[in-house]
Every structure is written in structure tokens, then in C-alpha cells.
Design a binder for this molecule. Structure first.
Ligand code: FES
Length: 146
């Protein structure tokens, strides 16, 4: 507890997102143990680290598949039938947003605008952008990922 005249070390929140991203790259997700370690090393309460890790859609608290599909759910894509695209992904893979296929090939997430609104509906698979989507395109695109 900081008393009068006691200087507490600054909390390094600026570094937190970068360290979480690094953890995600290393393990494919942010494990619970990593949250506790980051909290201790950066002198940030565990619940704050958890809050940041669960806030960003590019971070995941659970293990993901080899390929991560992120379909945009923001309004411009929604108005261009993003829901039809989501249903097409669900139908092709047999999973709903937040799930991973049993073989670990795909995880399916929804994401906010990825800046490709001019070509809505849009999605990312890993770092690849796919635009002007149709259900027919979904089938072809998914086939190209092992
Ligand atoms: S709203 Fe979907 S890419 Fe912008």
C-alpha cells in the first residue's frame, strides 16, 4: 500500500498489449499462467490483464485452430449480408463463432470492422483478407487452407 511520501513504481500498461501479442504468437493463445506472470512482472492486477486480453479480438484466451477465420460483423458488412457468409462458414465447417473444428483445422470468430468496407462482406483467415464474399466463394476459399 502506498503511503504519503512513498513512491510506487509506474505500472507499465503501454507494454501490456505488446507482451500479450507476443504471448499469443508464441502459444497460439494467451494461457492463464501467462496472464498471472504478466500481471506480476508488470505490476498490474490480474483482473486488468485478463480484461485487456479478453477485450481485443486478435487475442484469444483459449487454444485456436491452425487457421483462424474472422468474419466482420460490423454494420457495413452486415448490410451486405455478412450473416449469409457466417451461415455459409457454419454450414461448411459445422461450427459456430467461438468454436474450433474437431480436427483443429479452423477456428471461427466474429470481428469488428477490418477496414475493407468498400468490399463488404469481408473476412480474414489468419492474415489474408477475403472480400466481396458470397457463400460460393466461402466454399472455395476454405478448401485452400490445410
Ligand atoms: S464493416 Fe466490415 S470491413 Fe468494415
Amino acid at each position: 500500500m502506498a503511503g504519503k511520501g512513498v513512491i510506487t513504481p509506474p505500472r507499465d500498461r503501454a507494454d501490456l498489449v505488446e507482451r500479450l501479442k507476443e504471448t499469443q504468437r508464441r502459444y497460439g493463445h494467451v494461457p492463464e499462467e501467462a496472464i498471472a506472470e504478466l500481471a506480476e512482472s508488470l505490476a498490474i492486477p490480474v483482473h486488468e490483464v485478463y480484461g485487456v486480453a479478453s477485450f481485443y479480438s486478435f487475442l484469444s484466451l483459449k487454444p485456436l485452430g491452425r487457421n483462424v477465420i474472422r468474419v466482420c460483423k460490423s454494420l457495413p458488412c452486415y448490410l451486405k449480408s455478412a450473416e449469409v457468409i457466417m451461415k455459409a462458414v457454419e454450414k461448411e465447417l459445422g461450427i459456430v463463432p467461438g468454436e474450433t473444428t474437431a480436427d483443429g483445422r479452423f477456428s471461427f470468430e466474429l470481428i469488428n470492422c477490418i477496414g475493407l468496407c468498400d468490399h463488404a462482406p469481408a473476412m480474414l483467415i489468419n492474415h489474408d483478407a477475403h472480400v466481396d464474399l458470397t457463400p460460393q466463394k466461402i466454399k472455395q476459399i476454405l478448401k485452400s487452407y490445410e
